[in-house]
Design a protein around this ligand. Structure first.
Ligand code: 5AD
Ligand code: SF4
Length: 483
């Protein structure tokens, strides 16, 4: 949310305030002085580039980081040839870490050419002590390192680096603090993510997230609603409510509230046409939520419901706390309430101890449910998680073979089920001009499937009825209804 605090009214000769968000506005004002000095010397404002790795939560965090940089006076750059480069990292799988290390080598060569360049790293990977040690030791050219809990402090950390002229490292192990009222730079004018909770308490045995994102904490419903109302007033029609496990929203608030009740409140906000949410844990998805989804006019016909494995034995070892049968029963109940819902999922292949029989159970669920799409992952051993020390890690060739079989089947099924709305007219929220076809625009159905149809820039951000005349498997070609 953007509280219009006027940075010019802040007296930077005073001591820094202790209370948030005022403390951060003070440091934004101080950094802005530095930007002005830079401009006087160089005849231009400094540029900043932010690269986001990983999930929607990180994308949302990056919007907040970019909002702070923009308030300070940086001009957004398109690539790393910038005065300030910030990587918001992910560590959910090992290859995410490898990508960051690879890119750091490249940043080093850029910094040799421009020694005044500033490099900052933040996000999940920085919450791992081994990573921070390695960066301090082998990548001494990095200027600022911070984690997931203190992204709101970017201006203060940047100011610290400018003053001290040496590497600033600030990692918090955990926090209960939620700082409201900081600026954010939204990527789209018509849709926006809204954090409803942070952290995760589930400790699935393969997953690093609870260690790097900390304990579950929910924002107050009144803060969430105020943000959604502000977004609606700014022209946003679609909101995506974000949390690691939205179904346990509100349990730990002083006045507890369910996620289903929060949805009902969001639904009342005028101007909001579409409501999405992510991610749902099957063990916490309540009948109350299913009912709200069935009754709602605004909640999209789409549910991302990670299954991870179809084998009850593996699910137990994963600490998922549901069985294959419970998952299938949940799907039946959801489909009874919202018959044409699009279901998507996450699946991990090669969890320690996974046998061919276990894998076939996963294939069986894929057949039975008929997912619109599935994100399939090869199990990645994350140091510090219980699964990393389990015996029976599955051999790479076996995992690769299962992964290929799964992916092929997922794609065949997806192409069939995604065509469910063929030859009907559906509402499309237009997102952009088409990247490939001149005179076309690209948008999404409420169930998240992409549609291309003839149109121009004036349609971007609007909801248009479109006749779906051809299914291409994962997307449709259409025509604006009545044309
Ligand atoms: N290995 C592979 N995939 C993982 N995920 C989380 N941890 C791991 C891991 N160690 C996947 C899960 C989760 C998604 C965001 O990432 O499927 O739902
Ligand atoms: Fe990781 Fe499980 Fe939490 Fe999802 S619910 S973030 S998979 S621990």
């Amino acid at each position: 949310m953007h509280n219009e605090i006027d940075l010019d009214k802040i007296d930077i000769n005073l001591e820094s305030p202790t209370e948030e968000p005022f403390r951060q506005y003070y440091f934004m004002a101080r950094c802005r002085e530095w930007v002005r000095e830079f401009e006087r010397k160089n005849g231009r404002r400094p540029t900043a580039f932010t690269q986001t790795f990983g999930c929607q939560m990180n994308a949302k965090d990056s919007e907040k980081l970019q909002g702070i940089l923009e308030r300070i006076g940086f001009v957004e750059a398109d690539d790393e040839k910038a005065d300030f480069v910030l990587y918001n990292t992910c560590t959910v799988r090992e290859n995410a870490n490898q990508r960051v290390y690879g890119r750091l080598g490249f940043l080093n060569t850029l910094k040799r050419k421009n020694p005044n360049m500033l490099i900052a790293l933040c996000g999940c990977m920085m919450q791992e002590p081994d990573v921070v040690d390695k960066i301090k030791k082998s990548y001494g050219f990095v200027d600022i390192i911070f984690g997931t809990h203190n992204i709101f402090k970017l201006a203060e950390l940047l100011f610290g680096r400018l003053e001290k002229k040496k590497m600033v490292v600030d990692i918090w192990k955990d926090t209960r603090q939620i700082v409201e009222e900081l600026p954010a730079e939204r990527k789209f004018s018509f849709k926006s993510g809204v954090n409803i909770m942070f952290g995760c308490d589930n400790f699935c045995s393969y997953c690093i997230v609870p260690y790097v994102r900390g304990r579950e904490r929910s924002r107050k419903p009144e803060d969430i609603i105020a943000e959604v109302e502000k977004l609606a007033a700014d022209g946003v029609t679609e909101v995506m409510l974000l949390g690691q496990n939205v179904n346990s929203y509100g349990k730990n608030l002083e006045t507890p509230i369910t996620f289903a009740r929060l949805l009902r409140q969001v639904e009342e906000v005028e101007g909001i046409e579409r409501i999405r949410f992510m991610t749902s844990h099957p063990k916490d998805l309540s009948q109350e939520l299913i009912q709200v989804m069935g009754e709602s006019k605004k909640i999209c016909r789409h549910l991302h419901l990670p299954i991870q494995s179809g084998s009850t034995r593996i699910l137990k070892a994963m600490n998922r706390r549901y069985t294959k049968e419970q998952y299938l029963d949940l799907v039946d109940r959801i489909r009874a309430a919202v018959p044409d819902i699009s279901l998507t999922t996450d699946i991990i292949v090669g969890f320690p101890g996974e046998t061919e029989e276990d894998f076939l159970e996963t294939m069986d669920v894929v057949e039975k449910v008929g997912f619109d799409s599935a994100f399939t992952f090869i199990y990645s051993r994350r140091t510090g998680t219980p699964a990393a020390s389990m015996e029976d890690q599955v051999r790479d060739e076996v995992v690769k073979d299962r992964f290929d079989r799964l992916l092929a089947r997922v794609q065949e099924i997806a192409a069939r089920v995604c065509a469910r709305d063929l030859h009907t007219t559906q509402k499309v929220l237009v997102e952009s001009l088409d990247d490939h076809l001149d005179g076309y625009v690209t948008g999404r159905l409420d169930n998240n499937i992409v549609v291309h149809f003839p149109g121009d820039a004036s349609l971007v951000g609007t909801i248009v009825p479109v006749y779906l005349k051809e299914s291409k498997g994962f997307y449709y070609m259409g025509t604006a209804a009545g044309k």
